[in-house]
Design a protein around this ligand. Structure first.
Ligand code: SF4
Length: 326
């Protein structure tokens, strides 16, 4: 591993200054992804600024009734918080479906949002990867890609985002708050992740040098019936093949409100807005759920080995909505 300097910041501004003054400085949270990638030589910062002692941990309710999760809150603490479990159960379920108990105890909420793809070629320095080395090509297109994306891909990259948490945060219209040396800012999660296009190495809309300070869950999008279901290749400690976060409100047998987000299918958590639109106002029956899922997935572009994800996503959407409706 390349040598690097390590500093512990005592305040948010101090952390921002430290990273701004070092050309290749990075913030360090739990380090469960960043440090792994440093060991492989994929990431090579000159300075790590540890932000875990900053006053950014904890879950609270603000004056508007929104739930605010601090950036350095561990995944375990976020999932266990009573208000998260009661008002945003799909978020709690998603977090608990990810990684292992040990990892969740150190991984942070902000780090979860910023984790990199688990495409094997991205982590293998001997292969071509546009995300790791822009313009070098994409080894996955002609390689092993059964776990790669089917929606929103480009010829430059077909990697998926590995976060379970982000899928449920997308369901609840979460907002990411950050701080830079110029002040505070916020980005809805729906605009946080950039489309792949021909710049797959540019993953988020965060300004350069910004430090995520919290993630806000609006009161208006709370969903006590919401669910997160994840299909994976083994029962635990595996990334999603396909996952679905959904919330559904049925009145007099018709869909009054519905929200659906998918994981494991795109470079970012995928909000299924076409399916949502198809469903609103119509009968809340499995046949309609299936048709709406098919409408959403009409834009899927499968590779030779990942076409099964189209069927899997359709069936999973239908199954989760049917479960909530029931
Ligand atoms: Fe790299 Fe993306 Fe291709 Fe994977 S899919 S090799 S991350 S460019």
């Amino acid at each position: 591993m390349k040598e690097f300097a390590y500093s512990r910041a005592n305040g948010v501004r101090e952390a921002l200054v430290m990273v701004a003054e070092q050309e290749n400085g990075r913030f360090l949270g739990g380090g469960t992804n960043l440090v792994d990638l440093m060991k492989r030589g994929v990431e090579a910062p000159d300075l790590l600024v540890d932000v875990r002692s900053l006053p950014l941990a904890g879950v609270r309710e603000d004056d508007d009734g929104d739930v605010v999760i601090g950036a350095t809150t561990t995944n375990s603490d976020a999932a266990a918080h009573p208000e998260v479990r009661r008002r945003y159960p799909a978020l709690s379920q998603a977090v608990l479906a990810g990684a292992s108990g040990q990892l969740r105890n150190v991984a942070t909420v902000a780090g979860n949002l910023l984790q990199r793809t688990r495409c094997a070629f991205f982590a293998d320095l001997s292969t071509a990867c546009n995300k790791r080395v822009p313009g070098s090509g994409c080894a996955a297109l002609a390689g092993v890609h059964h776990n790669h994306a089917i929606l929103g891909t480009s010829p430059s990259c077909v990697a998926t985002n590995p976060s379970d948490m982000a899928v449920s945060l997308m369901l609840f219209d979460a907002v990411v708050h950050y701080e830079t040396l110029d002040g505070e800012g916020e980005i809805p999660l729906s605009r946080f992740y950039r489309p792949v296009g021909d710049t797959p190495h540019v993953e988020t809309a965060l300004p350069a040098g910004a430090l995520i300070t919290s993630v806000r869950l609006p009161r208006a999008t709370a969903g006590e019936r919401s669910r997160y279901r994840k299909v994976r290749e083994r029962a635990s400690y595996a990334f999603a093949t396909v996952s679905v976060a959904a919330d559904l409100e049925v009145r007099a047998g018709r869909v009054h409100e519905v929200r659906i987000a998918l994981g494991g299918v795109a470079s970012h958590p995928w909000r299924a807005r076409i399916a949502e639109e198809e469903l609103r106002g119509g009968p809340a029956v499995p046949e309609r759920f299936r048709a709406a899922a098919e409408a959403e997935l009409a834009a899927a572009r499968a590779l030779p080995h990942n076409g099964y994800k189209v069927t899997l996503a359709r069936n999973l959407i239908q199954s989760v909505l049917t479960e909530i409706a029931g």
